[in-house]
Design a protein around this ligand. Sequence first.
Ligand SMILES: *[C@@H]1O[C@H](CO)[C@@H](O)[C@H](O)[C@H]1NC(C)=O
Ligand SMILES: *[C@@H]1O[C@H](CO)[C@@H](O)[C@H](O)[C@H]1NC(C)=O
Ligand SMILES: *[C@@H]1O[C@H](CO)[C@@H](O)[C@H](O)[C@H]1NC(C)=O
Ligand SMILES: *[C@@H]1O[C@H](CO)[C@@H](O)[C@H](O)[C@H]1NC(C)=O
Length: 538
Amino acid sequence: MLRCALLLCVLALARARPNIVLIIADDLGWNDVGFHGLNQIPTPNIDALALSGLVLQNHYVQPICTPSRSALMTGKYPIHTGMQHGVIYGMEPRGLPLTEKILPQYLKELGYRTHLVGKWHLGSYKKEYLPKHRGFDSHTGFVTGKIDMFDHTNAEKGSWGFDFRHDSELVAHELFGQYATDVFTNEAVRLIRGHNKTEPLFLMVAHSAVHTGNPWEPIRAPDKDIEKFAYIKDPRRQKFAGVLWKMDESVGKVVQALQANGLLENSIILFTTDNGGAAAGFNDNAASNYPLKGVKNTLWEGGVRGASALWSPLLARRGRVATQTLHISDWLPTLYAAAGGNTSLFENIDGFDQWEALSHDVKSSRTSIVHNIDDVWGSAAITVDQWKVVKGTNYNGAWDYWYGPDGREETYQVDQVLKSPAGQAITQLGLMPDTDKILQIREEATLKCNTSIVPITCKPLVAPCLFNIEEDPCEKRNLAEQEPEILQRLLDELSKANSTAVPPNNKQLDLRGDPKYWGRVYFNFGDFEMNNPSNINL
Ligand SMILES: *[C@@H]1O[C@H](CO)[C@@H](O)[C@H](O)[C@H]1NC(C)=O
Ligand SMILES: *[C@@H]1O[C@H](CO)[C@@H](O)[C@H](O)[C@H]1NC(C)=O
Ligand SMILES: *[C@@H]1O[C@H](CO)[C@@H](O)[C@H](O)[C@H]1NC(C)=O
Ligand SMILES: *[C@@H]1O[C@H](CO)[C@@H](O)[C@H](O)[C@H]1NC(C)=O
């Protein structure tokens, strides 16, 4: 009798929908994770997930925040939702169109509890654009593009205000001064501990790290965490290391909490950056996309090839470098499928269900990626099979180079990975590969420029450039002249994609949204008659 009951119990558990945890880093570069070969700054918890799960070697994101998050939430390219140009500002009367149904809404229909911790950045000028009104049961965090890590204010476009809330509505004044990554970690752990296991959990932890805050002190971490990295000579990179270290620690605490509460064994964890790293002083920051070309907000590989990993015991073949071509819009159908949903309900999305391809290591059904088409800035790029065309560029070409650091001087501490909280939790489940295997996967995931190619200059403002990304991931040899037919085929694909684009929905800033009228808080100003906004009592 008892056995039978146990068997039923096991069967019931086997059918339970998996918990889904998305951990989104902000502006993290390709070379800011140990699993890509970085030795300079240890990321043992992130590495533990990546090296025991899947290193997503060909996962492409959008080059900048709002568009990337819009694609993650909708399964659509930003050119199809009007989100293709730049980010949303706190004073901008704009949000991800309300006609879009998004990931947490779909997951709620499958019975999920849904929580957002951290950054939103998909619209906040009216309540109906805020996470609580778009499928999240709770939200603790901020709604604009960036915050100071301690005081939680954002200075942008001539305004300055506090941006930290509970449940999209209540201003979290009491969290002033607490390090943002710690606030997000504590909240994520609290939600995991309090989670009712009869329901599946969807938890999105969208960090403010490693984005910079305000220009007067852009990179901030607790002193003791910055001091750990005294051996890093570049002071900006040293502070960056403190910020990154805190985010890695957070990943460890979240994984550990999932394990301690019996959720980990039935979880899917996606760790990804939202876009390429802000390197070499871009945005006052010190990320690294080495050896890739470009930075955040460029369409070079350094701007769009994401530092990303997927971890789950539900993946049939784990502990490897996954080379499947993926785009951030794929996660909506992929996670929905992994949750047992029927993906045939998705119409007019650009994402592909990649769950089977990733789980069993078979070919991805995706053969092309529209990286973006931005006619305001005059840049566009598309990849088809191994070929990539880049037409035009941003910043008049000022960020079309290669930046460091390579961060290879120190040695990699694989024991740190095993001893990290995430490493231990994974080991407890019996899912950690041995040391040799870990090092082998890491070696495979460490990109090297192809030294046998002869560079050919690319001037994308003059003529479109063509690259063979498989042979030349560093985009050093422009094959536009050698391969005119391939170039034409890709330009045709690009114009086909362009013919399906909708106009960008950017709006003029509305100065009535200035936090100075709203108790110094970035606020859903669009919900109020604004004749005398300073009388609104918050
Ligand atoms: C958990 O959820 C189930 C189903 O909704 C409910 O019956 C149960 O009372 C909940 N348990 C707790 C401790 O809230
Ligand atoms: C998914 O939905 C489609 C369309 O509603 C239906 O034809 C199909 O049978 C469903 N598949 C499964 C596995 O339920
Ligand atoms: C490097 O480039 C050469 C010349 O194009 C090519 O033959 C070779 O396959 C490339 N190596 C890799 C690892 O892609
Ligand atoms: C896309 O189409 C628009 C409108 O037809 C045109 O102005 C623009 O130049 C095209 N962009 C690209 C990258 O082809």
